[in-house]
Structure formats: C-alpha cells, structure tokens
Design a protein. Structure first.
Length: 241
C-alpha cells in the first residue's frame, strides 16, 4: 500500500461499483465456466478454456451489451439464433448468483457508517442492471447515495457526476474521498472534481498515470482513518452481524 495518512478524516467516502466493491471479472469467468458445463449441448464443441476467456474478453468489463456479446459468439462459433438466445438468457439467469462483494466490503462499510461517515456509489451503466447488482451485493441499506450514469445523463470521468454526489451527501469535495479501480474514470475523474482519490489496485486496469494513493482492499481505509486502533472504528469483522 502506498498512501499518505495525513489530513482530515473525510465526512463522506464514495465508491465505484464494478471492480471496486465486487470482482466482476472473476464472476464472469466463473459464470462462463458454469454455462459451458451446463449447456454442453450448445457450446460443448468449443474448448472450455477458449470459451471462457472469449466471454470474458467480449464482456470488456461489462461495457459490451450482452445481446451483442452472444451474437458475436454465435457468429464466431457458428451457433443458431436459438442457441444464441439460450446463452443470452442463461447469462442473466446465472448472473445474480455470481454477484458477490469482495469479502471485506460489507464489514468495512458497516464500520464506516458506525462512525458517521456518509457513503455513496457512483457508477457508469444502466439503471436496471446497476441497481440489481447493488441489491444482490447486499449494499442497498449501507449506501446513502447512488448515482448511475444513465439516470444522471452524465458519466464518469465528468466532474459533474461527482459534484452531484457531493451535493446529495451535503459535503464539500475537500471533505470526501473516492475509491475506484479505473485509472481514468475513477481516479483522474475524482481528482479533477477535487476529491482525494484512492486507486484499488487490481488486474483489470494499469496503474493510473495521475498521481494518487493506492489500496488493495477496501478495509485498508480503516487503517488510514484509525491507525491507532481498529476498535476506534468499532470494527469487528469477525463478530459483526
């Protein structure tokens, strides 16, 4: 971890969703593997490893519409329209079961709320999809403000979406932190909006060119906020319910 621990504690912490609060890439990889196994009649002729990695690559961290994804798979592997429709429907049927937060996320958010820090999510994407993820991840009751680009009509890294989140949480930019994994949308966007930015280091993105602070897990925020004692934050990761 490379972080500066000086400065005031924040009144609010904002988070990106995909890749920051949950591991989307691993989830899609596991989903594709299950799909290959259970729909062998459709895709069994394709080597499993090749099929899985092709789905992950086409998914492009969630940026490609899934109908287009499976239409592309259909063309590449000579599948019928019915098979493409089957795979597309199967993806969304399986997706909720594979949508799980990183292991430290829920306990960390609970600890931050206990000490009065306001919490928000800013995410690019479709309203229905992103709201369903937040619900499935068990985060709805822990978050004070959710901004989704489709609803807002503006996307990260545009500073306007960050400023709207700050207004909803009733804090100034200097009083807020932002945590995300995308070096441009999250890190550079948050810094341009005046927030203190943290990059969640992971395999999906290169290190930001913009100078920022780095964490590998969300619970490292607690060590920054309360370096003297985890108990100060009321953090009971093993006992909390």
């Amino acid at each position: 971890m490379s972080c500066v621990t000086s400065g005031k504690k924040p009144k609010a912490i904002l988070f990106d969703l995909d890749g920051t609060l949950w591991d989307r890439t691993s989830a899609v990889r596991a989903l594709a593997g299950a799909q290959h196994q259970h729909l062998a009649r459709v895709v069994g002729h394709i080597p499993r490893a090749h099929y899985v990695e092709r789905i992950v690559a086409l998914d492009d961290l969630g940026r490609l519409d899934k109908r287009v994804l499976y239409e592309t798979v259909g063309v590449e592997f000579d599948l019928s329209d019915a098979d493409v429709a089957c795979l597309h429907g199967d993806f969304w049927a399986r997706f909720p079961a594979h949508t799980q937060p990183f292991s430290e996320v829920v306990q960390t958010l609970k600890a931050l709320r206990r000490v009065g820090i306001r919490l928000g999510i800013i995410t690019n994407g479709w309203i229905a999809v992103q709201e369903a993820k937040i619900e499935q991840l068990g985060l709805s009751a822990l978050i004070d403000a959710v901004l989704i680009s489709e609803r807002e009509g503006v996307r990260k890294p545009n500073r306007e979406i960050f400023h709207r989140a700050l207004a909803m949480l009733r804090v100034e930019a200097s009083e807020a932190w932002f945590v995300g994994d995308n070096p441009d949308d999250d890190v550079a966007g948050a810094i341009a909006a005046g927030l203190r930015a943290f990059w969640r280091d992971g395999p999906d993105w290169p290190r930001p060119a913009t100078e920022c602070e780095t964490i590998r897990t969300i619970d490292e925020l607690l060590s920054l906020l309360f370096p003297e004692s985890r108990e100060t934050a009321g953090w009971q990761s093993q006992q909390d319910t």
